[in-house]
Design a binder for this molecule. Structure first.
Ligand code: MN
Length: 538
C-alpha cells in the first residue's frame, strides 16, 4: 500500500514534469542503484607502503650502489609478484641518523603511507635508528630477508660478506626495536618466495586495519540491550586504544532520513532487489510481500544517507528501540554490511567496529569469500557432525552467501513491528576466523577462534534466516570450553578472508590482549595463558 501511494504521489507531484520524465528518471535511478550494488565496499585511501633499506657509509660507494640496486630490484620484484594488495614504494638507502629520522617523519606525514617495511642489507649500527623509531608512529614491519637465496660457495669472499650480511645487520636492528619496546611484525625468508610475499601481503592488510582503526566512527541508533553484559564496554577506553568514535542518536533522528526517501528511489531499489534476489512469497500475497520489501528498501536508503551525512562507517541497532521504524532493519542492514558498513545488533558497538575493520582489511581481496556479523545459536552434538549453527534474527551479510540469495517476509518473535523482509541463504565452506572483542573491566581482550565452515547436513526449510555452520578448532568440545573460559561473546565478527595471525597482529599493534583458540589449543595451557595474561595486563 505504501509503495503504491508513493508512486502516485511522485507522479502527481511537482518533482517530475510528465509521466515520460518520471519513467526516464526512474530508469536512471535503477541503473545507478544497480551500479552501486556492484561497488560493494566503501572506499578507503589508496594506501602505499615504504620499503626502507638500512646500511652505513663504512663500505664505500661501490657497495652502496649495489645495495641501492638490489633493494630497488627487490621492491620492483615484490610489486611485480602480484601477491601484494598495496604498492611498495622504494626509498633511498638509509645510512645515518639524519636520513633515518627524515624518512620516518616523511612516512608519518604522508597520508597515503600505511607503514614502513625495514630491511638491513648490510650492517647498520642501530643507535642511529633510535630517534627515527622514537618519532615514527605508523605500522612497522621488519622483513628479515636477503638479496641472494643461496650462499655462492665458489666465489664468496669478504667483499661479498660485507655487502650481504642481513643475518648480522638485521639482528642489530631487531635488538634496538625490541629494547625500545616497539611493536612490529617480523617476517623471515627469501623475498622471492611466494610464502614470504604472502606474509607481507597479509601484514599489509593488517596495517591498513591499524591505520583505519583511528578513523572508525560507529553510529548507535539503539543502546545496549538491557541487562546484557558482553555487549557493554568502556567507550572512552575504546577511543583511547582503538581511536573509535562511538556516537549515539535517537533512532527517530535516523527515521527522519528514512521518511524523506522519495517513492521513486524506493521503487527503483525494490526493482533492483527483485532483479538480483529470488523472491519467496511462501503463500503471502505478492503485493503485500512487495510492500514489506519496500519498507526495507526505504530503510536501507534512509539509513545509508543518515550514515553518509554523519560520515559513519558502522551502525548499531536494537530490536527493542525502533521508534518510528516500521520493521526491524533486516534486509536493509544486510545490504549495508555488504556495502562495507560494520554492524552490531542489540547495541553491540564493539562487534560493529570490528566488522567494519575486518571488511577494510579484506578490501579488494581476490576471490574474497566474505565478512559478517554473526551469532552463535544452536549446537549439533551428534558425534562426528559436531558444530555450531550461526545466524542472527536477520542481520547476516550476504557477502558470505553460497548459492542463491532469497528474500523472505516472516514474523519476528521479538519487538512489536510488522513482519520484516530479510535475505536468506546458506554460507560458504572452508576455514575462517570468528573474533570477539570483550571488555574485561580493566582491559580489552580479542578472542580469535579458527573455525572450519561446513554445509549444514540438511536443509532447514522452516528457518527464515541466513545461516552458517562451523566446527570450532580444535573441536567443538575444546573450542567451546576455551571460548567460555576466555569470556568470549555470543556475537562475533566473522571472516573467511583473514587469518588468526592477522587478527593477532592487529591486537598486538593496538596494545591489547589477544587469545587464540586453534588446533594447538589445550585447556590446561589456555588456563595458564589466561592466568599469566591477567598478571601481564594488570
Ligand atoms: Mn544478538
Amino acid at each position: 500500500m505504501l509503495t503504491v501511494s508513493w508512486i502516485v504521489c511522485a507522479a502527481g507531484g511537482s518533482l517530475f514534469g510528465s509521466e515520460r520524465e518520471l519513467s526516464r528518471v526512474f530508469c536512471q535511478t535503477v541503473e545507478k542503484i544497480k551500479e552501486g550494488m556492484e561497488d560493494n565496499m566503501k572506499e578507503t585511501k589508496k594506501y602505499q607502503f615504504w620499503f626502507c633499506t638500512g646500511s652505513q657509509d663504512l663500505y664505500g660507494d661501490e657497495c652502496l650502489r649495489k645495495v641501492a640496486a638490489h633493494s630497488r630490484e627487490m621492491a620492483e620484484g615484490l610489486n611485480a609478484s602480484g601477491n601484494l594488495p598495496y604498492e611498495l614504494v622504494w626509498k633511498p638507502t638509509l645510512i645515518d641518523q639524519a636520513s633515518i629520522r627524515r624518512t620516518f617523519n616523511e612516512a608519518n606525514n604522508d597520508e597515503n603511507c600505511a607503514g614502513v617495511i625495514t630491511w638491513m642489507h648490510t650492517f647498520s649500527p642501530a643507535k642511529m635508528w633510535i630517534i627515527g623509531l622514537q618519532e615514527y608512529h605508523k605500522p612497522l614491519c621488519h622483513l628479515h630477508t636477503q638479496y641472494n637465496e643461496e650462499i655462492p660457495y665458489d666465489t664468496i669472499d669478504m667483499d661479498f660478506m660485507n655487502e650481504n650480511q642481513s643475518a648480522h645487520g638485521d639482528r642489530e636492528y631487531g635488538h634496538i626495536v625490541t629494547r625500545m619496546g616497539i611493536e612490529r611484525k617480523v617476517i623471515v625468508g627469501y623475498w622471492k618466495n611466494a610464502a614470504v610475499s604472502g606474509k607481507l601481503a597479509d601484514w599489509m592488510r593488517t596495517a591498513v586495519g591499524i591505520m583505519e582503526s583511528s578513523h572508525v566512527r560507529v553510529c548507535r541508533i539503539g543502546d545496549n540491550m538491557n541487562n546484557v553484559a558482553v555487549t557493554e564496554g568502556d567507550k572512552v577506553e575504546a577511543q583511547v586504544k582503538f581511536g573509535w568514535e562511538i556516537d549515539h542518536y535517537n533512532v527517530n533522528d535516523a527515521v527522519a532520513y528514512v521518511d524523506e526517501v522519495s517513492p521513486g528511489d524506493v521503487e527503483a531499489l525494490v526493482e533492483a532487489y527483485y532483479d538480483k534476489y529470488e523472491i519467496l512469497p511462501e503463500g503471502r500475497d505478492p503485493q503485500e510481500f512487495r510492500e514489506h520489501v519496500a519498507v526495507q528498501a526505504r530503510i536501507e536508503l534512509g539509513l545509508e544517507r543518515f550514515l553518509e551525512a554523519g560520515d559513519y562507517h558502522a551502525i548499531v541497532t536494537h530490536f527493542g528501540m525502533l521508534g518510528g521504524l516500521k520493521q526491524l532493519p533486516g534486509l536493509a542492514i544486510q545490504r549495508l554490511m555488504e556495502k562495507g558498513y560494520g554492524f552490531g545488533a542489540e547495541g553491540d558497538w564493539k562487534t560493529a567496529a570490528m566488522v567494519r575493520l575486518m571488511k577494510i582489511m579484506t578490501q579488494g581481496k581476490k576471490d574474497a569469500k566474505g565478512t559478517s556479523f554473526m551469532e552463535d545459536y544452536t549446537y549439533n552434538f551428534v558425534p562426528g557432525k559436531e558444530g555450531i549453527l550461526q545466524a542472527h534474527m536477520l542481520e547476516v551479510c550476504p557477502s558470505i552467501s553460497d548459492g542463491p540469495v532469497s528474500i523472505k517476509v516472516q514474523p519476528l518473535s521479538m519487538g512489536n513491528r510488522e513482519d520484516p523482509a530479510r535475505l536468506v541463504f546458506t554460507s560458504k565452506t572452508g576455514p575462517a576466523v570468528a573474533a570477539s572483542l570483550v571488555d574485561l573491566g580493566n582491559r580489552f581482550r580479542l578472542l580469535v577462534n579458527a573455525v572450519d565452515c561446513k554445509k549444514c547436513e540438511k536443509p532447514m526449510p522452516r528457518l527464515p534466516v541466513a545461516t552458517a555452520f562451523w566446527t570450532p578448532q580444535p573441536s567443538l568440545e575444546v573450542g567451546a570450553e576455551a571460548w567460555i573460559l576466555a569470556g568470549g561473546a555470543h556475537h562475533t565478527a566473522f571472516s573467511y578472508d583473514l587469518t588468526v595471525q592477522q587478527m593477532v597482529d592487529w591486537a598486538d599493534a593496538m596494545g591489547i590482549e589477544s587469545v587464540v583458540i586453534d588446533k594447538a589449543t589445550t585447556i590446561p595451557a589456555l588456563k595458564n595463558e589466561l592466568r599469566w595474561n591477567a598478571v601481564y595486563y594488570r
